[in-house]
Design a protein around this ligand. Sequence first.
Ligand SMILES: Cc1cc2nc3c(=O)[nH]c(=O)nc-3n(C[C@H](O)[C@H](O)[C@H](O)COP(=O)(O)OP(=O)(O)OC[C@H]3O[C@@H](n4cnc5c(N)ncnc54)[C@H](O)[C@@H]3O)c2cc1C
Length: 467
Amino acid sequence: MIVIGGGLAGLAAGVALADAGCSVRLFEQRPYLGGRATSYVLPNGEHVDNCQHVTLGCCTNLEDFYRRVGSTGKIKFFDRLVFLDPQGMTGIMKADFLPAPVHMTGSFLFFAPLAYPDKLSIARALAAILFAGGRPKDAYAADPISMLAWLQRHKQTSTAIERFWRVVLVSALNEELDRTDARFGIDVFWKAFLANRTGYRMGVPSVPLAELYEGCRIAIEKKGGEVILRSSVRSLRFENGALKAALFDGGREESGDSFILALPHDRTAELLSKEVRFANPSLANLEKFKVSPITGVHFWFDREVTHEPFITLLDTQTQWIFNKTALYRKEDPATPDQGQYLQLVISASYALVRKSREEIIDLCLKEVRQALPAAREAQLVKATVIKEAAATFSPEPGVDQWRPSQETKTPGLFLAGDWTATGWPATMEGAVRSGYLAAESVLRSANAPQKFLQPDLPVTGLSRFFV
Ligand SMILES: Cc1cc2nc3c(=O)[nH]c(=O)nc-3n(C[C@H](O)[C@H](O)[C@H](O)COP(=O)(O)OP(=O)(O)OC[C@H]3O[C@@H](n4cnc5c(N)ncnc54)[C@H](O)[C@@H]3O)c2cc1C
C-alpha cells in the first residue's frame, strides 16, 4: 500500500493501516514529517513550530492518533482560558462543578470583558443551539448561511460578536464570520462548549511539533513498511482506468494496488488527469476551494514577561499569545529560564498579508507591551514572522458540497487531506479523520474491513435531554 504525503492525513492513514498489519510505503517530499502541522530549525538554530497548533478535548481522532504513535504525554491540557483586553480587564472561562451544558455558567456570569446585555444575547443563541441538539434548523436549511448572518438573526450585540463569537471562531476556523458556514461555527460551540464538560479543554504540545511524529516511522517500519523522505511524486500512471504507479524524479516508479493521495487539494488537482476527474464527478470542483491565511510571530525576550501558559487578546490584531518557555518547561527545571519565548497567532490574517516583516513585528510588539506590563521593560532579543498565505481552506458557506469522499470511482485511488469530506473544518482532527476514513476505504476494497474512526465525545449531563 502506498501513501503519498506525510502530513497528518497521510500519517494517520499509514499508521492505521500498519496497525491493521499492512506493509505501508509512505512518500513525503520534505525532509521531515508533519506537513503544515510541523516544526523546523531556523538558520539561527531555534526550533520553531509552523505556527502554534492546538487541539481541543473534543478532537477524539487526533487524540487516538497521538496514542497510537506514543505522543499522548507530549500534549499538555488546560481547562482555564484567560482573556485580556487592552484596558487590562481580564476574563477567565473554566468549568465548575455543574453538569453540561451549564458547567461554565459561573465563569461566564463573572466574565468582565462582556456586559450583561451581551451575555444575555449569547445565552439566547447558545440555548438555540442546545435546544436543537447542535443542529438548529435555520443553519441546516438547504441554503447555507454565514455565521455572521446566523448571529445577526439571533440578535447578538456587536460586543458579543466581537468579543465572544469572533474570538472563539476565527481562531478555531481560520476565517472571518461573514465567510464561515454557520454549520461549522455552531458545531464548534456544540462539541466544545455545550455537549459535555471536557470538549473545550485546550491541548498544547509541550515539544516542538515535529517531535510528535517520531513514533510514526517506528509504527510503519514495525510492520515491514517504509517512510521515504525527500521524495516528491511528479505524476501518476493509470492503466485501463485504474491507478497503477506513482512516478518520482529520476524516472523512479513505485507501483502498487492501492494509493492514498494525502496531499493538499491544489497538488491533488495537478496530479489527476482530465480522464480521472471526468470519471469522478466529485473531483470536478477542486479549483473552487478558497484559502485563508495565518500569521505566526515569534518573540524572544530577555526576561519573563508573563506567567500564563497562554492568553487570548481582545480587540487587537494579535489573537493569542503562547508562552513557549512555560509550555516546553519540564516539571522542576534544574536551571531557571534565562529569557522568555512567546509565540503569537493571528488567524484569518488578511490584513497582514501585504505588510512587511518589520511592520508586523512593530504592530505585535506594541500590542504585547500594551497587554503585558512586564514586556514594556523587557528587551526583545530576536523576532521572526511566518506568514502562511494558504494556511487552510476557507470554510465558506456551502463548501462541503465541493469536498470529495476518500473513496473514488477509480480503482486503486483513495484520497485523504483535511479538505476531503470529513464534516470537520481544516484542522488536525479533520486531517486525521480523513486519513482514518481513507484507510477504512482501502481495507473495505480489499474485503478486509476495519474501523479506525473514533466516535465523538459522549453527550453528557443535562445536554443528553436535547439530542
Ligand atoms: C499556520 C497554521 C496554523 C494552524 N493551526 C492549527 C491549530 O491550531 N489546530 C488545528 O487543529 N489545525 C491547525 N492548522 C491546520 C492543520 O495544520 C491542517 O489542517 C493539517 O495539518 C492538514 O494536514 P494534511 O495532512 O491534510 O495536509 P498537509 O499537512 O498539507 O500535508 C500534505 C503533505 O503532502 C506533502 N506533499 C505535497 N506534495 C507532495 C508530492 N508531490 N509528493 C510527496 N509529498 C507531497 C507535503 O509536503 C505535506 O507534508 C493550522 C495550519 C496552519 C498552516
